[in-house]
Design a binder for this molecule. Structure first.
Ligand SMILES: [Zn+2]
Length: 321
């Protein structure tokens, strides 16, 4: 799932290419009975309102709130996108094709297996947009520059909705999205985490209502960096160590941004290109490998912690009991 660095890179991409572009029309094939009556474009009735709301709007700028992408329109209002598991936005030239007629062409271009229900849209230029991870197009905005802003989302978990500027907070399901490590200082970070009196540090770091932006990958890498066992109870971690976790998280998140985000899974930037942070992992999905910390003879193990897989060194990330 995209975390702070990947969302930030997408937001930076939007801000680089899209301000001043007008939305002419919008298309989707998201549709799910589960979302009936909900504020989500997967409900066809809501999508009708969404389409009406965005048509003719000019994109002003984008910002990140936790792992949410907010796109503001000139004159107020905007759209919110949460990429969830496999979503990512793409910007380029596309044409709508008839999947039944054109799929063989796409096959030849991609040289990969076809999924007959997909591929309603085809990038008209060679290049990274034709990466197989970018072919699951579910949502397409037609823009005034002749290009499109598309959302590829293989697992279909992404959340997309529109908002009036004064009601933006209603987009977060009533939950308060906390500030991220770059928005708060060390003291505020420690106070935020301490709002939970008990709980394992891995899960607390990933709780978007305490501190936002950190998910599975960056929590594993941060805890490795700071030598903290992911199951350590928050109550057993002194302030000094939480301060190190704060510094460690910022360092790892910055590194993620520097390397263009993490594409161990589906993530691509808006030009369709993968990031390279997955090549820099010290522990995430490195189960069985020797610990890369200098002088440590441990090895990387994997354990499910609060429903999420944690990867850590079995030697220097000690659990105090
Ligand atoms: Zn180690």
């Amino acid at each position: 799932m995209p975390e702070l660095p990947e969302v930030q890179i997408t937001v930076d991409g939007i801000n680089k290419y899209l301000p001043g572009r007008k939305i002419l029309s919008v298309w989707t094939d998201y549709k799910s009975g589960y979302f009936k009556g909900k504020k989500n474009i997967k409900d066809p009735a809501y999508f009708k309102k969404f389409r009406k709301f965005v048509a003719g709007k000019k994109i002003k700028r984008s910002e990140r709130k936790g792992k949410n992408i907010i796109v503001h329109f000139s004159g107020g209002g905007g759209i919110l996108i949460h990429m969830k598991m496999t979503g990512h936005l793409l910007y380029g030239r596309y044409e709508k094709i008839n999947p039944k007629l054109q799929i063989s062409n796409y096959e030849q271009i991609q040289n990969s297996k076809a999924q007959k229900t997909e591929d309603a849209w085809l990038p008209t230029e060679e290049g990274p947009l034709r990466d197989p991870f970018n072919r699951h197009i579910r949502l397409v905005f037609e823009l005034s520059d002749g290009k499109r802003l598309a959302l590829s989302d293989m697992r279909r978990f992404a959340k997309v909705m529109y908002f009036e500027t004064s009601k933006l907070s209603e987009c977060f399901d009533g939950k308060n999205i906390a500030q991220d490590p770059f928005e708060i200082n060390k003291k505020e970070f420690i106070e935020s985490l301490r709002r939970k009196k008990t709980g394992r540090i891995k899960n607390i770091l990933m709780d978007q209502t305490l501190v936002s932006g950190i998910g599975n990958i960056y929590s594993d890498e941060t805890l490795f960096e700071t030598g903290v066992h992911p199951e350590t109870n928050i109550g057993d971690i002194p302030d000094k160590k939480l301060g190190e976790i704060y510094e460690g998280a910022k360092k790892i998140l910055k590194k993620g941004i520097k390397f263009g985000g993490d594409s161990a899974s589906d993530y691509r930037n808006i030009k369709g290109e993968p990031g390279a942070f997955q090549k820099k992992h010290k522990v995430y999905r490195r189960t069985g490998e020797k610990c890369p910390k200098k002088g440590c003879s441990g090895k990387i193990v994997r354990k499910v912690v609060g429903g999420r897989s944690a990867h850590f060194c079995n030697r220097h990330q000690k659990l105090k009991r």
